[in-house]
Design a protein around this ligand. Structure first.
Ligand SMILES: [Zn+2]
Length: 315
């Protein structure tokens, strides 16, 4: 997936053999594959710090070319959209990466932009999936954590980058300081370098902490370690947008997402005034189908697509 702009061919969160610069919307690992071939990148400083803290990749940020703007995406700290005013072809393109319309817990709030073409993430393509009101979810997490830690241990399993930091912030705002595993602590440090003010301890002895946040894959082992040394009950928890669709194997699941649900996506398309919508990602076809049924000029975009060529055929 790439956009050509004069001397630049910009890959969009993906690997493109002919691209000479990568746009990296945010630091989640499924968006950084282009950097393995070419370290030149358009991205925020925060994304660069986060990527480099979790991998052996070094990024070389380049100046934004004329006609290019990076805009906040509201997904995680440092996440950006790419806006290109392509005067050569006579249209503008906004590429969303992952985004949310809702008030983020820690990210910079989304900046929509008027555009001719919108290339939009399709993580949640289901019209009948509506996320819970975020303030209520945050209250519920704080209430649950407070109640259960009166008599037991609470352990959250979370994505190491993004979700874990949101949970630390939510618990801090509820007067609690969680312990986190070392990988989450590394990311917390980068967040704090960029002004997040997260308060946490590093999880040395899980049984000594009433509330912990660990990577998803370490949830079960952490619970076992606590049970081996503590007679108190251990409560497991997860916070995810997928809680509207899947039942996780935890005691409780909260509907906390850093993506847009379908109705947020429709709001986003409307606010941007996009005439043409390209959907991308594994649910691109389904998302485009549901949008088309509502009257939008929407079609799925393959990962190998050259946006300019498609547009020349289209406009
Ligand atoms: Zn993401």
């Amino acid at each position: 997936m790439a956009i050509s702009l004069g001397e630049y061919k910009i890959s969009l969160d993906s690997k493109d053999d002919e691209a000479n610069v990568n746009f990296v919307s945010h630091a989640h690992t499924d968006h950084i594959s282009g950097l393995r071939k070419n370290k030149r990148a358009l991205a925020s400083e925060i994304t660069k710090d986060l990527v480099e803290s979790r991998s052996n990749i070094s990024m070389e940020l380049i100046e934004e070319p004329e006609c290019v703007e990076l805009l906040n995406a509201g997904h995680m700290l440092g996440s950006r959209q790419l806006f290109v005013q392509n005067d050569l072809y006579g249209y503008s393109v906004l590429y969303s990466g992952d985004y949310q319309m809702d008030e983020p817990v820690l990210a910079e709030k989304l900046e929509p932009k008027q555009t001719d073409v919108l290339i939009v993430d399709s993580t949640y393509p289901y019209p009948d999936v509506k996320f819970d009101e975020k303030g209520e979810v945050i209250d519920a997490i704080q209430f649950y954590a407070r109640k259960k830690t009166e008599r037991g241990h609470v352990v959250f399993g979370a994505y190491t980058m993004g979700r874990a930091q949101e949970l630390v912030k939510i618990l801090n705002d509820g007067g609690m300081i969680p312990a986190v595993d070392e990988k989450i602590a590394v990311v917390n440090e980068v967040y704090n370098k960029h002004g997040a003010h997260l308060e946490y301890a590093v999880l040395d002895h899980p049984e000594s902490s009433p509330i912990s946040i660990v990577g998803q894959s370490r949830l079960e082992a952490t619970c076992e370690a606590i049970r081996a040394k503590s007679v108190k009950r251990v409560y497991t928890a997860v916070a995810s947008g997928w809680s509207k669709i899947f039942r996780f194997e935890t005691d409780v699941q909260f509907n906390l997402s850093d993506h847009a649900d379908f109705s947020q996506a429709v709001d986003y398309i409307n606010v941007c005034g996009a005439k043409i919508v390209f959907t991308f990602g594994s649910n691109a076809r389904l998302f485009a189908k549901h949008l088309a049924a509502r009257g939008y000029d929407a079609r799925p975009l393959g990962y190998t697509s050259e946006v300019n060529a498609l547009m020349l055929n289209h406009i």
